[in-house]
Ligand binder design. Structure first.
Ligand code: ATP
Ligand code: MG
Length: 172
């Protein structure tokens, strides 16, 4: 059984989450077991959640209340982030998965909901075979050091800059 990878998708450009889901699709196609925990994001109509429902070997969880600029009380997103993190830890340590995607976890770190050290401890103690993908802008230096593969998505241009609204099937 080969050793799992630690992968970080960061940077300000588009593609961090979708690249992680592309890898989840790839793993699922090999019959591997995949778990996805999406931090921060709230109950939107995201195509990925609907699509992964059709895969028996992919488990998809979204635990959040939306990006924090929408809420006045930080204890709400904080509680969601802690709940998502507890679930992520349980899934990681269960040794039932080949791939765990922790989408937008970096955002939970920059907001101060989850500490870098907690993440490093989990990565150090995870089952050997488990690969972990962590996404979100501003990945911390310690996480970058711990990872095997780190990619920075750099925006050259984005339709949003021209005030084009988010598009179904492309942005969500
Ligand atoms: P995606 O989910 O499309 O792969 P992402 O994970 O790289 O994007 P996030 O930082 O999670 O990007 O952004 C959340 C939302 O903002 C998504 O709908 C994403 O498509 C969009 N987005 C990503 N990068 C940019 C950008 N540079 N400018 C404007 N909107 C962006
Ligand atoms: Mg994202």
């Amino acid at each position: 059984m080969s050793k799992g990878r630690i992968i970080v998708n960061t940077g300000d450009g588009k593609g961090k989450t979708t690249a992680a889901f592309g890898t989840a699709l790839r793993a699922a196609g090999h019959g591997q077991r995949v778990a996805i925990v999406q931090f921060i994001k709230g109950s939107g109509n995201y195509g990925e959640a609907n699509a992964f429902e059709k895969f028996p070997n992919v488990e998809f969880h979204r635990i959040g209340s939306g990006f924090t600029w929408k809420t006045a009380d930080p204890s709400i997103p904080m509680a969601f982030a802690r709940e998502a993190w507890d679930l992520a830890r349980r899934l990681a340590l269960s040794d039932e998965y080949d791939l765990l995607v922790l989408d937008e976890l970096n955002y939970a770190v920059t907001e101060g909901y989850i500490s870098e050290q907690e993440i490093l401890d989990l990565l150090a103690g995870k089952p050997e075979r488990l690969s972990v993908i962590i996404t979100g802008r501003n990945a911390s230096a310690g996480l970058i050091a711990a990872a095997d593969t780190v990619t920075e998505m750099r925006p050259i241009k984005h339709a949003f800059d021209e005030r084009v609204p988010a598009k179904k099937g492309i942005e969500y």
